[in-house]
Design a protein around this ligand. Structure first.
Ligand SMILES: NC(=O)C1=CN([C@@H]2O[C@H](COP(=O)(O)OP(=O)(O)OC[C@H]3O[C@@H](n4cnc5c(N)ncnc54)[C@H](OP(=O)(O)O)[C@@H]3O)[C@@H](O)[C@H]2O)[C@H](O)CC1
Ligand SMILES: [K+]
Length: 517
């Protein structure tokens, strides 16, 4: 699913109005009606006080549409205009008149803190103060209004975007933002719903189809995409009937050191379970027996050193190599890694200590061949690209790094973001059960295994990240968040594959599930 920029959203509105021969007021009516339907479907006329707070722009206009329909359907509605500016948009004014014609209970003007209404914890707040048009921090009294919302503990439903949140920046003051329980976003979610700095402002979100021009949606190239089943399924490569283990490539997993052989076991098993035809592991000598006994499907090569990697040489021809898990950053290991990079011609997935070595010795980055995949967690990323001011700065730096080194950056997190040159792909699967040792090793193995089967490195990264999260989502049903382990992610990979063929995903629902951030 495409995630549009603010400029693209405004353009989409104009193109929709032109192509469908409707006015912007009609488009606002559609948008507001969708929000009303969503509420009405759930509330079925329940007489819970609903406080609709409207700004003075089009987000406020949407709020007025919602309030008008709620009033018409007999709900207990209190409508307020947050009078934070002298300006009014045209469509706000049209809907301001319309609501005044619908009810004698006209919207109440809020001008300062003394005007704040009492809101009960069981009431509902509809937040339509600011949408994507916010361009500066809210006034102090408006900030206090947002804190008043939060203190009330009322269920807060934000229209399009939690007010006070920019679509393309991180707010300076968290008190200047509405903390929503749910956000109903028009047509597509916003990037800020997925970033660590800003995802906390909405617990849950949903995209509502407001009938934006189909051609616009199809033709517009976006910088960001949300990756769900709809995006992943077309990438799937079916297995051929007349095939053998050689058809699906040979994965080589290199890593491990004394006490950290398990990382390579997990990675190797994941490469195999993702579908690689053959798997070989390359580890220090001390790992030979544990590897052979715990992972019989794999072939094992060893370094001549007992405890660490000092000489990565082999006479097999792997299709793809995953390297770095549990490897350590010993000087001798670095020399071996450097020599390996100089001579390697296979596709490469780099993780953990191999990333740390690259960060320490940036001159080695020029040894990476195009489309090498790097899978850093946030700390490893910081060592690699330097500190960032906020998430947007991080993404800017990540894009620059990817462009410079022609590599695929898989930034692991609650919403893993894969960056390739100027494009960013946000994963929609996964859960907090994955915050446990070894799950990163599993991911690296999976991406390596997918490259072995002929997936391009970028595709393999997107597919691997999706399947990894999906596997955890299925496994968590059986094990719960606390007890989920990296081994379960491997065990449930088959179910994650099968899920691709299960119920189709709804067009506007990235993963046919609730979107809890
Ligand atoms: N396709 C769609 O997604 C549709 C979205 N709709 C809704 O429209 C809003 C965007 O509406 P817009 O009027 O552009 O913006 P806002 O309502 O968010 O803000 C209105 C104006 O408020 C001013 N502003 C900005 N920051 C502040 C501030 N801190 N304090 C006071 N005022 C502020 C600013 O104007 P200025 O001239 O003063 O700079 C904004 O322009 C979108 O989010 C949806 O809810 C359509 O209804 C349907 C299609
Ligand atoms: K809002």
């Amino acid at each position: 699913m495409k995630i549009f920029s603010k400029q693209q959203i405004y353009k989409g509105d104009q193109q929709t109005a032109k192509k469908q021969k409707i006015s912007s007021t009609e488009l606002m009516e559609r948008a507001g009606m969708q929000i009303f339907n969503w509420i009405h479907e759930r509330m079925q006329g329940a007489q819970v006080p609903i406080h609709v707070f409207c700004g003075i722009g089009n987000n406020g206009g949407d709020g007025l549409v919602v309030a008008r329909h709620l009033i018409t359907y007999g709900y207990s509605v209190h409508t307020y205009v947050v009078n934070c500016s002298e300006k009014r948009t045209e469509d706000f004014l049209v809907n301001y008149d319309r609501i005044k014609q619908t009810t004698k209970k006209w919207p109440i003007m809020l001008n300062c803190e003394a005007d704040f209404p009492t809101i009960g914890p069981d009431d509902i707040i509809v937040d339509a103060v600011f949408g994507i048009g916010l361009n500066r921090p809210p006034n102090d009294w408006v900030k206090r209004l947002f804190q008043h919302f939060r203190a009330s503990k009322a269920f807060t439903l934000s229209v399009d975007l939690p007010s006070g949140l920019y679509p393309d920046d991180v707010p300076e003051d968290e008190n200047g933002v509405v903390w929503a329980n749910y956000t109903l976003s028009f047509q597509a979610p916003k990037l800020v719903f997925f970033l660590p700095d800003t995802s906390k402002y909405t617990v849950n979100w949903e995209a509502l189809d407001i009938g934006i021009d189909a051609e616009f949606l199809k033709e517009t190239e976006t910088e960001v995409e949300l990756i769900g089943k709809n995006e992943i399924f077309p990438m799937y490569k079916p297995r051929e009937k007349f095939s053998n283990k050689g058809t699906y490539g040979h994965a080589l997993i290199i890593g491990g050191s004394y006490g950290k052989i398990g990382a390579v076991v997990l990675s190797g098993k994941a490469a195999l379970a993702s579908g690689s035809g053959l798997v070989t592991t390359f580890i220090p000598k001390c790992g030979y027996i544990p590897m052979q006994s715990s992972f019989p499907e794999a072939m094992t090569l060893t370094d001549h050193d007992e405890e660490k990697l000092t000489d990565i040489s082999f006479d097999i021809e792997p299709t793809a190599i995953g390297i770095g898990m549990g490897m350590g950053t010993d000087v001798k290991t670095h020399v071996a890694f450097q020599k390996f990079l100089e001579s390697n011609s296979a596709s490469l997935v780099i993780d953990a200590d191999a990333i740390n070595l690259l960060s320490k010795h940036k001159e080695d980055l020029k040894l990476l061949k195009a489309q090498t995949v790097l899978t850093p967690h946030p700390k490893e990323l910081e060592r690699l690209i330097g500190k960032w001011k906020n998430d947007f700065d991080k993404l800017k730096k990540a894009k620059a790094f990817s462009k410079k080194h022609q590599c695929v950056l898989v930034i692991k997190g609650a919403h893993t973001i894969t960056v390739f040159e100027n494009k960013m792909y946000i994963n929609s699967t996964g859960n907090p059960g994955l915050s446990t040792g070894g799950t990163g090793d599993v991911l690296t193995g999976m991406i390596t295994g997918l490259i072995c089967q002929g997936y391009e490195p970028l595709m393999a990264s997107l597919f691997g990240v999706y399947l990894h999260g999906k596997s955890a989502d299925i496994a968590v049903e059986d094990y719960g968040y606390q007890s989920l382990t990296a081994s379960h992610v491997i065990e449930y990979l088959g179910k994650a594959y099968l899920d691709l063929f299960a119920k189709p995903q709804m067009p506007h629902d990235p993963d046919a599930e609730e979107h809890i951030s």
